[in-house]
Design a protein around this ligand. Structure first.
Ligand SMILES: Cc1cc2nc3c(=O)[nH]c(=O)nc-3n(C[C@H](O)[C@H](O)[C@H](O)COP(=O)(O)OP(=O)(O)OC[C@H]3O[C@@H](n4cnc5c(N)ncnc54)[C@H](O)[C@@H]3O)c2cc1C
Length: 438
């Protein structure tokens, strides 16, 4: 294990060791074990459930998740590029159940924060909770693109939620005629995985270069700048020249996609440019998973939380973490969600005993694959602070890959990201994923 990997690994286990090292108290059991409901079986929700159960097996923990299998968005671009199989990014909850967590395959349809209950789509009685963790990820603001809808997404996939959509986009890439045009739209901020659209552009371009050499990719972007831009621009030039055309919004033209026609494949930008795509990958503007808004936990589409522990500012004994939360400088990533989950688990354990709660410290790293054996990264530590008199999560010690990094460093960065995925998935689902397909 390299030095950096050891550091990353320690992050993955940070929440658990925090609980153990600080000797945080056992929850008061009162008339029975404390009941914790976790909504959402992604990295955020699963990590909280796992950490709580391993810290105190007596806790009664229910994880509610509608899907029987979870396909990770992280590494899904590598599947599109041909570097991973679909199976290797898809995981079931058998390992989570084995830990003694009650995994309920259902959708939470209502939260009553006064009565402290959660109602499920198929459940008969609302379930009581002592603490609730809401980690539903994202939903889409379909209404921001005329003609786009869940139905249209079956023809023009976003593939920004893992599973069927990821599979669909790959099937459409495989079926693309050589010489076909792929059009991608990148969303406005804030959205899940800031470097994700550009990693996807690299991975789709790699697929085209190796499998459909006459095909082209045009990306329309609602933004003027984006994450890790310098290294992506270097990669577009070095590996995908003549394949990719990137259109960032500028002072004159707004390249936000505002209209699509799923029947004809025509994509229209705000600047009035139109392209007829053989395959369109439309990634719309985003918001917190819809249960959060239904429960009154949102403000301007996302969930405000206290930066020191990710407790909701809107309801008592409710935590919101992962992509659904407003985490200021901290990007919406699986790494962030796991880091936040460690703090939430420690805070729940402390709060159940009414003991002092230490403010959280967080970390994130986002890796992006640019080409074979070539990955770049960005990240930093995050601490609660104040900005304009308001609580804020501020980045400390940020780091970022440089355009002229050596090939050796980029190879190491790729290996580091592969180890991260392997370790994370084993930690979440209790299984070792398949090796890369290459
Ligand atoms: C293409 C792409 C590449 C990415 N690459 C990386 C990467 O390399 N590294 C990285 O760190 N991050 C990456 N990310 C981001 C990462 O996938 C997300 O940030 C992460 O999944 C967020 O975790 P979460 O637990 O908040 O939400 P999710 O992973 O979305 O999990 C939320 C879960 O909640 C469930 N849910 C929703 N509503 C309800 C409800 N009402 N009741 C019950 N369950 C519900 C959903 O079914 C879902 O399974 C990438 C994202 C994309 C799209």
């Amino acid at each position: 294990m390299t030095e950096i990997t050891r550091r990353e690994f320690s992050l993955l286990t940070a929440g658990a060791s925090l609980v153990a090292a600080s000797g945080l108290p056992r929850p008061a059991l009162g008339s029975g074990p404390a009941r914790i409901i976790v909504i959402g079986g992604g990295p955020g929700g699963v990590t909280v459930a796992n950490r709580l159960k391993s810290s105190d097996p007596r806790l009664d923990i229910t994880l509610v998740e509608p899907k029987e299998k979870y396909t990770t968005c992280f590494y899904s671009n590598l599947y599109l590029g041909g570097f991973r199989s679909f199976k290797s990014i898809t995981h079931d909850y058998a390992g989570v159940k084995k830990r003694g967590i009650d995994v309920v395959t259902d959708t939470a349809t209502a939260i009553d924060t006064k009565a402290k209950t959660v109602t499920l789509a198929r459940g008969s009685e609302p379930m009581k909770y002592d603490r609730l963790v809401v980690a539903p990820g994202i939903d889409f603001k379909y209404e921001t693109i005329e003609g786009y809808s869940p139905e249209a997404a079956k023809i023009m996939p976003h593939a920004w939620q893992g599973g069927e959509q990821t599979w669909l986009l790959k099937e459409k890439l495989l079926a693309l005629p050589d010489g076909g045009l792929v059009v991608m739209s990148a969303p406005p901020n804030p959205y899940r995985c800031p470097p994700g659209p550009y990693e996807r552009a690299c991975m789709i371009a790699h697929f085209l270069k190796t499998k459909k050499p006459k095909a082209k990719l045009i990306l329309f972007d609602a933004k003027k700048t984006y994450s890790k831009q310098a290294v992506f621009e270097e990669a577009f030039e070095e590996y995908y020249k003549g394949i990719i055309e990137i259109n960032l919004t500028n002072e004159i033209d707004d390249f936000a996609v505002v209209k699509v026609d799923a029947a004809t494949g025509v994509v229209t930008t705000k600047a009035g440019r139109t392209e007829r795509a053989a395959l369109a990958n439309i990634i719309p503007a985003q918001k917190a998973g819809s249960i959060a808004a239904h429960a009154g936990l949102t403000e301007n589409d996302w969930c405000p939380v206290h930066p020191e522990n990710f407790a909701s500012t809107k309801a008592r004994d409710v935590y919101v973490l992962g992509d659904a939360a407003i985490a200021n400088d901290m990007p919406k990533s699986a790494y962030s969600a796991v880091s936040q989950a460690g703090v939430v688990a420690a805070d729940i354990l402390a709060s159940l005993e009414g003991k002092p709660r230490a403010p959280g410290k967080y970390r994130n790293t986002c890796w992006s694959m640019l080409a074979p054996d070539n990955s770049a990264k960005i990240g930093g530590d995050y601490v609660p602070a104040t900005k304009d008199g308001k609580p804020y999560l501020e980045v400390k010690e940020p780091f970022i890959s440089k355009p002229d990094d050596s090939a050796e460093l980029r190879r190491e960065t790729y290996q580091e990201s592969a180890e991260w995925y392997q370790t994370l998935v084993a930690d979440l689902f209790g299984e070792a994923p398949e090796k890369p397909v290459r």
